[in-house]
Design a protein around this ligand. Structure first.
Ligand SMILES: NC(=O)C1=CN([C@@H]2O[C@H](COP(=O)(O)OP(=O)(O)OC[C@H]3O[C@@H](n4cnc5c(N)ncnc54)[C@H](OP(=O)(O)O)[C@@H]3O)[C@@H](O)[C@H]2O)C=CC1
Ligand SMILES: O=C(O)[C@@H]1CCC=N1
Length: 265
């Protein structure tokens, strides 16, 4: 069984690597994890996820089928140069904001299959909305490997390189915007005298229910209309949001993420 497993090396062992490792099918993938020298973190990962760890990842490349770069965008340049010395046709995947297949291909040996996968932290619950796109040298079989990798962490969509540049802010960064909204609502809820646990239950289930409603494909405006009873209380709150241009605030926040991701390349 283990001989048929695909060997995956994670370079980077932080939040995103751990979220992905949690979702991967350990019957399909043999996982090895390396990082930038934080050995305690590697030991914790070994214990938590029952995977192999290495402090010398560059010596393991020849045994690997897939290499996943789960490290900061600005660390890619040096890591790709190091990888190029030993790599021989392995699939290289990055999850970094701003690091597209064109960037990877230009820094790896000619013909190296590469992909860009953009998950979010809900990967750790198998609930990521993940985007992916392929480089020029990815076969049908390798595309299937990529989909096998990411199906364990939630839903996915294949899009273009340009679309990942533009949509990383929406599918990977905007969860943080939702958490900010939740934080504000939790604070308000606690002020009504309920416990923190109750506040979390109220707010989390309200957001989860709203997300389920969105999945029915009814337009968000229509869903909001259905909440706002004519002349009722919700309309008064919506008017505050509209008058203060929540939509403009969202556009500005998304644009700030996009600009920063471009600078990190
Ligand atoms: N967090 C998120 O929601 C998302 C993150 N991403 C992308 O994932 C990537 C990682 O982010 P995240 O997990 O949040 O970051 P973390 O800071 O949690 O983890 C970064 C990891 O990269 C390792 N690392 C840094 N530099 C090097 C290097 N030169 N060589 C080897 N390993 C290195 C660190 O090593 P050490 O353990 O030794 O410190 C650490 O394990 C980023 O590129 C980000 O754009 C993409 C989508 C969503
Ligand atoms: O904040 C970041 O840079 C990463 C990329 C998208 C989500 N987190």
């Amino acid at each position: 069984m283990s001989n048929n497993k695909k060997h995956v090396l994670f370079i980077g062992a932080g939040r995103m690597a751990q979220a992905l490792i949690k979702g991967l099918d350990k019957n399909e993938f043999a996982i090895l994890v390396g990082n930038n020298g934080n050995e305690q973190r590697l030991r914790d990962i070994k214990e938590t996820f029952d995977v192999e760890i290495t402090t010398h990842w560059s010596q393991e490349i020849h045994k690997m089928d897939i290499i996943i770069l789960a490290l900061p965008p600005e660390s890619h340049e040096v890591i790709l140069a190091k990888l190029s010395e030993t790599i021989s046709g392995q699939l290289v995947i990055t999850v970094a904001a701003g690091i597209d297949p064109t960037y990877l291909e230009s820094r790896l040996p000619k013909g190296t299959p590469v992909a860009w996968v953009m998950p979010n932290t809900a990967a750790m619950l198998g609930k990521s909305m993940t985007l992916y796109t392929l480089g020029q040298h990815v076969s049908q079989e390798l595309q299937e490997w990529i989909e096998e990798l990411i199906c364990g962490i939630g839903e996915f969509e294949k899009v273009t390189e340009q679309q990942i540049h533009e949509l990383t802010a929406v599918t990977s960064s905007a969860p943080a915007f939702i958490y900010r909204v939740a934080e504000a609502l939790e604070k308000i809820t606690i002020e009504s005298g309920v416990s923190k646990v109750q506040a979390r239950k109220l707010v989390a289930n309200m957001i989860a229910g709203s997300a389920e409603m969105l999945k029915t494909n009814v337009a968000p405006a229509e869903l909001a209309d259905a909440v706002a009873t004519p002349g009722g209380s919700t309309a008064a709150g919506l008017e505050v949001l509209d008058t203060n241009h929540l939509d403009h605030l969202m556009i500005d926040a998304i644009e700030a993420c996009r600009q920063k991701a471009m600078l990190q390349e």
